[in-house]
Design a protein around this ligand. Structure first.
Ligand SMILES: *Cc1c(COP(=O)(O)O)cnc(C)c1O
Length: 458
């Protein structure tokens, strides 16, 4: 044992090893020292327990390499989404296209005209570069963009209804996860919640009866992540707008996901688009930038100039403002909506959602045939299933998909799931009816070889 201890190489031997330094690639030496420390202390522990009778420098170096690769990897990194859920909030919601990312890199790796008016040579407006496209796409009079839609709701309520009453249906007092609850946001904004109707039914006269001289806003919240089914009734946006006009009270709709595309084109049932809501006459509408829009995290507020001006002037707007990265991604993404066929091609969220059944099946077949070629020893099988869009969009609606079910004699499906999550890049699949499924709906074609390698590695 003493002999083994004596043979443990000095830390410096590793730190000066050319090959390890190359792997470190100009990152802080901290990572290499840490990797060596971990490997050597593991070695000492094994020697003490008598678990080891011999070792070589090269063996240890291999372990250091593995550890180093793990340590230098950024903690936020790519994941392969094999859950089938296109807008998976835990997996980063909307992926953006490589082309949009290229534009982003160019904007942020140098200086930009973020707040500079190049024509006049002086300070310009941060949102000017996005205004034109949102107006073009929706016909809105004015635009304000903040950090996310939760922030947008807080800002709109603070700017338009502080200290006054906001009428909202009991059927729309939503929670969307991450403790975003309409009543709590309302309280934060200083607006007073005036609930009307019941959980399942709210009528226009419920709203009308609640209107008084202290009413500042009629709020409609799109039930974007749940549905109340059965004996139900809610007031359509249009009727709420008429009521607002009658009493001179503005109407605000929190649309949640906010799509520019009519999803009936995908064989789904009707969900109002941003354009529809504006056409119905609301004064203000807000929605997320990274749900069905398929861009970056943001809260987009559109509406009548009179109200959006007030929203823009509120101090919270400055606190919730977005940065150049968000602006670059949003502008590049939004441009594609000028031609819907391009949006389906270039925006990953829409590319996935508009996939033909056959396209998904082909991806599943490709994975299976690649696995067979690689002599993967597990059992694979293509199974049909259905997926939800997720991310607080289109609740209860599903699209057809194909999954590859994987079975290994040597491990249970939960073990398999865990091992694939431990792969790099991790593969997050799902378990259904005792089967581990790789849902091809959200797997990019170019990710298939990585999945094959990971499965073979098992
Ligand atoms: C998702 C959602 C929000 C919050 O949007 P974020 O962009 O995630 O902050 C607010 N309201 C509704 C109805 C939503 O669906």
């Amino acid at each position: 044992m003493r002999e083994l201890y004596r043979r443990i190489p000095k830390v410096d031997t590793f730190i000066n090893d050319e090959e390890l330094l190359e792997l470190l690639d100009s990152r802080p030496k901290f990572f290499l020292k840490k990797a060596v420390e971990i490997v050597l202390s593991d070695l000492r522990r094994k020697i003490a327990k008598g678990e080891i009778s011999d070792f070589s420098y090269d063996e240890l170096k291999e372990s250091v390499k593995e550890k180093l690769k793990e340590l230098i990897r950024p903690k936020l990194h790519k994941v392969i989404n094999a859950t089938g859920v296109v807008l998976h909030t835990n997996l980063g919601r909307a992926p953006i296209s490589k082309r949009v990312a290229e534009h982003l890199v160019e904007v942020i790796t140098g200086y930009s005209n973020l707040e500079y008016d190049l024509e006049r040579g002086r300070r310009g407006l941060r949102y000017r570069n996005l205004e034109w496209i949102l107006k073009e796409l929706t016909g809105a009079e004015d635009v304000c963009i903040v950090n996310n839609n939760a922030g947008a709701v807080l800002l709109v309520l603070s700017a338009l209804a502080k200290g006054k009453e906001v009428i909202v249906s009991r059927g729309e007092l939503i929670e969307i996860g991450g403790s975003f609850r309409i009543p709590d946001v309302m309280e934060q904004s200083g607006a007073l919640l005036r609930e009307v109707g019941t959980t399942n039914k709210t009528h226009i006269w419920d709203y009308e009866r609640a209107v008084n001289e202290n009413t500042a806003l009629l709020l409609k919240v799109h039930t974007s992540n749940y549905r109340i089914l059965g004996f139900t009734e809610s007031v359509p946006t249009k009727e709420l707008v008429e009521l607002g006009r009658k009493y001179g009270i503005p109407v605000y709709e929190d649309l949640g996901s906010g799509s520019f595309v009519d999803v009936r084109k995908l064989g789904l049932s009707y969900e109002p688009t941003v354009q529809d809501i504006l056409k119905a006459g609301v004064d203000v509408v807000s929605f997320s930038g990274d749900k069905l829009l398929g861009g970056a995290q943001a809260g987009i507020i559109l509406g009548k100039k009179e109200y959006v001006e007030r929203i823009k002037k509120h101090p919270l707007n400055r606190a919730l403002r977005i940065d150049k990265m968000t602006l670059a991604v949003l502008e590049a993404t939004l441009t594609y909506y000028l031609d819907e066929a391009l949006a389906f091609e270039e925006i990953p969220v829409w590319k996935f959602l508009s996939q033909k059944r056959d396209d998904v099946r082909k991806k599943a077949e490709k994975l299976v045939s690649e696995l067979e070629k690689s002599e993967f020893r597990g059992k694979v099988e293509i199974v049909e299933d259905r997926v939800e869009v997720g991310g607080g969009a289109l609740p209860l609606q599903t699209l057809p998909t194909y999954c590859v079910s994987v079975k290994l004699d040597s491990m249970s499906e939960s073990e398999l799931d865990k091992r694939l999550r431990g792969n790099y890049p991790p593969i997050v699949g799902r378990i259904k009816d005792g089967k581990f499924l790789i849902d091809m709906f959200t797997v990019f074609e170019e990710e298939i070889p990585t999945v094959v390698r990971a499965l073979k590695g098992l």
